[in-house]
Write a protein that binds this ligand. Structure first.
Ligand SMILES: C[S@@+](CC[C@H](N)C(=O)[O-])C[C@H]1O[C@@H](n2cnc3c(N)ncnc32)[C@H](O)[C@@H]1O
Length: 448
């Protein structure tokens, strides 16, 4: 495929991602497969798409100085400009003249000569004069928002909650690639054997401190490895692995995962139980329950019974006090996974936080009575926000005197985490910059 053609596919894809409000990861995968993008171009395409979305607000700030802001640009023209500026300023392997030439060709092909000369003018002007200085932006929060391309309200909210330094670290980390980690299926292979096999294939690997089953993988495409394709390993962020580690399950237990699709943590739980006992896994829709069952089958795990069901109505299906362990990995704003799904930072609004916190509280209130006395419940989210995390936990504990934070939780965290600043009064708030994991919250509650 010609460079220009690939760039045109990227522009179309970026427009679609913006119009569909997200799902960038799914749309990129689909586009790569449906357009038969050759493997050699896959990495560059992914980098340009993610990079352009990740840096959208910075790119728009750069463009403002060169585009008449009163002029309404067609979405594809704006995307073409953003994508070109991204390549000019954040990728050093493509010379500016080549980027401008390709942009002009795309503008001619998709539009007409007038648009081509407009695109040419904007980009050449920017090349000659340089982009506006970010230092000129007044206000620390405002500057950080533009520099790291996060909405101003979110940056201000995080600064109020966690202070400037943590917020700045988090915003910057959200622009980086996170570490890729995998989890071995210990009933099929040991961690050491998996690492040996991957090293022979040229992968760089090291053990995770978060889970005895975790491996951090450096360069290489794990999706094409035998270990992945035959269910010896699965991809999972280390923060998610920690959830099941902290659930402390044992073979033979009865466990509930109330919000379990796509099944990362529930399959880990089945592995920890050595595939003995029973696990009930729910998610809202039948399609999602099917996803969980497929993941379990791929890993040869048979004790998971996945069904469609609303966590808030599980008392209709299960007796009170019937589970030894419960996991509530709740639906959330997802601000901890901005690195992998950058559209989240633009699409989620401040109102969503209170709405989701109310759903999370509702789920906790309805699911917790199903826990046996002396049993353990983990509440977790992949977000960084005190309302959804500490706030929901605090409200639940205030309203349920028969439940308490498990005081042994902090002592049982891996020692690297105990030494980090990420522990809060109500649980562990992992920031993405501390261990290059997802931003993640988890806490453990005991029925007393
Ligand atoms: C953070 S994800 C769970 C990820 C999963 N635990 C894993 O490790 O793969 C939250 C899930 O909750 C589901 N969900 C949302 N509202 C729910 C409800 N009321 N009852 C059950 N599941 C719900 C969503 O469909 C989503 O799949």
């Amino acid at each position: 495929m010609e460079n220009v053609q690939i760039r045109e596919v990227i522009v179309e894809l970026l427009v679609r991602i913006e119009q569909d409000s997200g799902f960038s990861h799914l749309l990129i995968d689909h586009e790569i497969k449906s357009k038969n993008i050759p493997p050699k171009d896959e990495a560059l395409m992914t980098e340009i798409v993610y990079g352009t979305i990740q840096r959208k607000l910075t790119l728009d700030y750069y463009l403002e100085g060169f585009v008449n802001t009163k002029k309404t640009l067609k979405p594809w023209v704006r995307m073409l400009l953003r994508m070109s500026v991204y390549q000019m300023h954040f990728l050093d392997r493509i010379p500016a003249h080549a980027i401008i030439h390709e942009a002009v060709e795309i503008a001619k092909h998709r539009g007409h000569k007038g648009i081509a000369s407009f695109v040419n003018g904007v980009l050449r002007n920017m090349q000659r004069k340089g982009v506006p200085d970010l230092e000129a932006i007044e206000g620390q929060a405002e500057r950080l928002a533009v520099e790291t391309s996060h909405p101003e309200w979110l940056v201000k909210r995080w600064i109020n909650m966690y202070g400037y330094d943590i917020t700045s670290g988090m915003c910057r980390a959200n622009l980086e690639r996170k570490l890729l980690s995998i989890r071995v299926q210990p009933l099929k292979i040991t961690r050491q054997a998996a690492m040996d096999e991957l090293r022979e294939l040229g992968f760089e690997t090291r053990m995770s401190d978060f889970s005895s089953q975790g491996i951090i993988v450096g360069r290489g495409n794990i999706l094409r490895s035998r270990l992945f394709n035959e269910g010896y390993v699965t991809i999972q962020d280390q923060s998610s692995m920690l959830v099941t580690e902290m659930l402390h399950v044992e073979p033979g237990m009865t466990v509930l995962d109330a919000c379990s699709a796509p099944g990362g943590k529930v399959t880990h739980t089945a592995e920890k139980m050595q595939n003995e006992g029973s696990i009930f896994a729910y998610d809202l829709h039948a399609k999602k329950a099917q996803q969980i069952q497929e993941k379990a089958a791929a890993l040869d795990l048979t004790i998971i019974n996945a069904k469609a069901g609303d966590a808030r109505k599980l008392q209709q299906k299960h007796e009170k006090e019937s589970f030894d362990r419960i996991l509530i990995d709740a639906p959330c704003t997802g601000f901890g996974v901005i690195r992998g799904k950058p559209d989240i930072k633009y699409n989620k609004k401040e109102d969503d936080i209170a709405r989701l916190a109310s759903i999370q509280t509702d789920i906790l209130n309805h699911v917790a009575p199903l826990l046996k006395k002396g049993g353990l419940l983990i509440y977790s989210t992949c977000t960084v926000d005190k309302t959804e995390n500490d706030g929901v936990t605090e409200t639940f504990l205030e309203q349920h005197p028969d439940f308490a934070l498990d005081s042994t939780f902090f002592d049982q965290l891996p020692s690297v985490i105990q030494q980090s600043p990420d522990c809060s009064e109500f649980g562990l708030q992992l920031f993405p910059q501390t261990f290059s994991t997802d931003g993640f919250f988890l806490t453990r509650i005991k029925r007393v």
